[in-house]
Each structure stands twice: as C-alpha cells, then as structure tokens.
Design a binder for this molecule. Structure first.
Ligand SMILES: [Zn+2]
Length: 302
C-alpha cells in the first residue's frame, strides 16, 4: 500500500487505524527498558519482541504502524551516553517495522518526537537535533513521518514543525492536550495521578502558530481520554485538514508505563466512536493502549 491510497481513503471520509503504544506492549512481553531511553533501545536489545509487537498490531487491524523511534531522538541518545548508536538504533527500528509490514497493506511511520527536549536546552540546540532525526528517518524510506510532540511547550512544537516543513514525506503532527482549571483546552499533559500537571499555551493559539509550517493531519495524542473528544472538536474547527486521536491510559513511573485506570476494549470503542463523531478519521492508541484496544476499534474501519 502506498500513502496515496491512505490519502484517498481519508479524502473519501473513511477511517484509518493507527497502532497503539509500543513501549507498553514491549514491557508486557518482557523487553528490557532503559532507565534513560525507556523503550528507545529495544531495536538493539529486544529486536524479536519488537517485531512481534508490530506483527500483533498488524493482525489487530492497524493500517499504519509506528516504528520504535519515539525515544531514540539524537538529543536523548546523547544525554544518556548512546551518541555512537544514534544511526544504528534508528535504522534498526525502521528495518524491523519494515520487516513486519512486508507483503502487507500496511504503512510504516517514523516517529520524530520531542522526547528528551526541554526549553532549558534552548531552541538553537534543538533545531540541528530535530533535523538530524528527520534526515535519518526520511533516508530510510519510511512512508510518512509522525511528529510526536507529546506534552511539549508550544515553542518546542513550533520548532519541530518548522524543521519538518521542507520534508518531502507526508507528515502528521501529534500533540497532547489538557484541561485548565476553567475547562479550556491547552497544550500540555496531566496524567491520572495528577502529580505534575503541565498546562501550556491555549490550543487554539498554538494551532494558529503551527499553521505557518504544518498544513497536514493533526492528531490529539498522549492525552487523557477525558479531554480527547473536546480537543478533537477544537482541531476540527480550527484546522483545515484530517484530524485524528490516539490517547493514553495509565501513567509513567520511569522507566515503566503503569497500566492503571481500567478501561475495557469495549469502552475504548465507545470513546473512539465519539472522536469519530467529532471529526477524527485517524484513530489509534498511545501509552497504555495496546493490541486488544486496537483490535476492538478496527471494527470502526469502513
Ligand atoms: Zn503516550
């Protein structure tokens, strides 16, 4: 399958299924998590488990799988002492994802994320690192790039989308959303433990600045399910392209994802229907959402 067939299906108003979280599923099958890079080294340390996770998502009905490059950003690999492995680790992740889709009607997305980037690093330091990751992944022949700007401040997201603006590949943008005290939606994140809520710029203002550099699909990702439906609606009203959703459940206690807040796959389908009713066409799952949930929502494909 080529990206143009996905584009065609989206233009016809159809639903595309994205996979679920990779890190959580790798944990479940006993892959080794790194203290700094989380699941970022699994292509090197647990390649068989990684292949299995991708294959399971494909069996579950995913049209697009995400290569395990979310946590192997150049900046995080440098921070944690793996500078020499930046290329090898990312190439290997793409190779494993491509092996999983071989002969199937499924596309591989490369994830270029904001993992390990902080405002104190300064935008000037971020740019070359984002450029490096985008180049590594686009050189491997992935079908599309997902900019996974999870729980990041608007300035960081804006820098990432700016760096991606000259890419020759289809590019989706994923952002995390959170309610403020007045129930307005902002960029940011607040997990179910409510220990460290991060509330950044108001979503509508951020969308306005991302517009300069990004006109492709935008997805609400790595967000609480409670905020997702309303965030999809705001995206639909403010962004003139395809909208998607792949929220979370549970929370992170480094280096592992905790699968708290019990959501049955059938509940996930009910929520996914609401996101679709609000305008989402690409649906999947992020941290804590796994094979069972993706299998359940794949009945919504049309
Ligand atoms: Zn997530």
């Amino acid at each position: 399958m080529s990206y143009s067939s996905i584009e065609k299906r989206l233009a016809e108003g159809k639903i595309i299924i994205l996979d679920g979280g990779i890190g959580g599923e790798l944990q479940k099958v006993g892959a080794k998590m790194d203290e700094g890079l989380w699941c970022g080294r699994c292509s090197l340390d647990s390649p068989n488990e990684l292949l299995k996770v991708h294959q399971n998502y494909i069996k579950a009905g995913a049209d697009v799988i995400t290569a395990n490059t979310y946590a192997s950003t150049p900046i995080s690999m440098k921070k944690y002492g793996y500078e020499d492995l930046i290329q090898e680790c990312n190439y290997k992740s793409i190779k494993i994802a491509k092996e999983a889709v071989s002969g199937k009607n499924v596309l591989v997305a490369g994830s270029v994320s904001t993992y390990g980037y902080f405002m104190k690093d300064g935008v000037a330091k971020m740019k070359p690192s984002f450029d490096e990751h985008l180049k590594i992944l686009s050189d491997t022949g992935v079908d599309l790039i997902i900019l996974e700007a999870m729980s990041s401040q608007a300035d960081i997201v804006e820098t990432l989308v700016e760096c991606s603006s000259n890419l020759k590949l289809p590019t989706w943008l994923s952002i995390s959303c959170v309610f403020d005290k007045n129930k307005n939606i902002h960029l940011g994140y607040d997990d179910v433990s409510h220990k460290d809520p991060q509330v950044y710029e108001e979503l509508e203002d951020s969308l306005h600045r991302f517009k300069k550099f990004h006109s492709g699909p935008i997805l609400v990702a790595h967000s609480n399910m409670s905020v997702t439906e309303e965030a999809v609606r705001i995206l639909k009203n403010n962004h003139n392209n395809i909208i998607g959703a792949y929220p979370n459940r549970g929370h992170f206690v480094k280096p592992e994802w905790k699968f708290t807040d019990d959501i049955k796959p059938s509940d996930y389908v009910k929520s996914a229907k609401k996101w679709i009713d609000s305008g989402a066409q690409i649906i999947g799952g992020c941290c804590g959402i796994g094979i069972e949930e993706i299998k359940a929502i794949s009945i919504l494909k049309n």
